[in-house]
Design a protein around this ligand. Structure first.
Ligand SMILES: *Cc1c(COP(=O)(O)O)cnc(C)c1O
Length: 401
């Protein structure tokens, strides 16, 4: 999964280009920077590699979501439908623009169940935000149809699925806008960083200004820029962009290794008839950064997790159902609306309402799901050892239950 595993001379070279000039900022200083524009270069590479018209880098994936929501006009009074299984950044971004996150059930795709989305649509709904979790995708045709029917915005949180595709198009480029994260554990990393991708010029122009205090970036003198609207500072630095530039050139290689290692590990689990796998709407588009699999019941899954821990083989396996970062069951700070400052009445009401809301359909999926992160540096022998140990532990638990 993570590009940091293969950090090397290429990344150092790009960073050194920036250190040579000392111009660490992505804007201005045209003379002293001697033609070095790493952020601009990375944005161009992103449009080419992923096939979108426009790309705006940001300081993080969370900032990319916040920027995209703002550029799409999502704010106070609006509801955003999102899944119960995601990373906390998804609802943080929604709250930060003043909108209300509406959490709905997922299905065996591990992201939005289109039927649950349709049921949650009301007059306040403005946006549907699928989160392409763990390297693979939501049922985008179904979600797109719902958005078209109700006149809603489709914003893809593709932060975890860099390099995944759906029917030949890159995840993150299919909705009105989409985002990647380049934080340290993502498929390609900048250390910290993110991007908003879109095919609509107006959304790009707004994202560009929003990430830099509302600057219009029209003149050559930064100090003379006008501010058509209020923005923030979500800029990426040249040092971060330089790392990303080296990483994006390695992406094809990363993906090839992920696919190979994922497939190799999968054969050991496929040999166990009680195991089933995540539903992938377009199998060919799985980025393969994780292998997500299901056991027959919550009790058996918990017993397998306990056995993995006992045998010291849990590292790299994720039981999200009890994970503080990724599943509604553990988000007490969200359900109690624990913020440092005041939030709007509709937001507060919606968050406290989550205490009463049950997610039985999501629970029945997540309580049986384990995701195995796929490493780029496994050897064939290590995969064999890992696969055999995992399969033996699972068989032991199944035999006892
Ligand atoms: C990593 C991640 C983000 C946020 O990215 P940061 O760069 O860490 O802010 C958002 N959504 C999902 C699903 C993620 O996995």
């Amino acid at each position: 999964m993570p590009g940091f595993e293969l950090f090397g001379a290429e990344e150092r070279k790009e960073v050194n280009d920036v250190l040579e000039t000392g111009i660490l900022m992505r804007y201005g200083f045209d003379g002293p920077r001697k033609g070095i524009w790493k952020a601009l270069e990375l944005e161009k590479a992103i449009t080419e590699v992923f096939g979108c018209e426009y790309a705006q880098l940001t300081s993080s994936g969370t900032a990319a979501l916040t920027t995209a929501l703002s550029a799409l006009g999502v704010g106070y009074g609006d509801e955003v439908i999102m899944p119960s299984f995601t990373f906390v950044a998804s609802f943080e971004a929604v709250l930060s623009v003043g909108a209300v996150p509406v959490l709905v059930d997922i299905d065996e795709t591990l992201t939005l169940n289109p039927i649950a989305v349709e049921a949650a649509v009301n007059t306040k709904t403005k946006c549907v935000m699928p989160v392409h979790m763990c390297g693979s995708m939501a049922d985008l045709d179904a979600l797109k149809a719902i958005c078209e029917k109700h006149g809603l915005i489709l914003l893809e949180d593709a932060c975890q699925s860099i390099g995944g595709t759906y029917k030949g198009k890159s995840l993150g480029t299919i909705g009105h806008a989409g985002t990647f994260s380049f934080d340290f554990v993502k498929t390609i990393t900048c250390a910290e960083g993110g991007v908003v991708m879109t095919n609509q010029k107006d959304i790009f122009v707004k994202s560009d200004g929003y990430t830099d205090h509302g600057h219009d970036h029209l003149g050559v003198d930064r100090g003379a820029d006008l501010h058509p609207f209020i923005g923030y500072n979500f800029r990426i630095s040249e040092l971060h962009a330089a790392v990303g530039l080296a990483q994006i050139r390695k992406l094809e290689g990363f993906l090839a290794i992920q696919r190979k290692n994922n497939k190799a590990l999968r054969t050991y689990l496929e040999a166990i008839p009680e195991i089933s796998f995540r539903k992938v709407p377009d199998e060919a588009g799985d980025s393969c950064s994780f292998l997500s699999w299901f056991l027959p019941s919550e009790a058996i899954t918990k017993a397998v997790v306990a056995e993995f821990k006992e045998q010291g083989i849990m590292a790299g396996n994720f039981y999200w159902f009890v994970n503080n970062w990724h599943y509604i069951s553990k988000w007490d700070h969200l359900k109690e609306a624990t913020t440092l400052n005041g939030i709007s009445a509709p937001q507060k009401q919606a968050l406290l309402g989550l205490q009463q809301q049950q997610f039985p359909a999501s629970d029945s999926v997540m309580s049986r799901c384990i995701s195995t992160a796929i490493s780029l540096v496994w050897t064939d022998e290590q995969i064999k050892e890992k696969g055999e140990k995992m399969a033996a532990a699972i068989r032991k638990v199944l035999a006892a239950n």
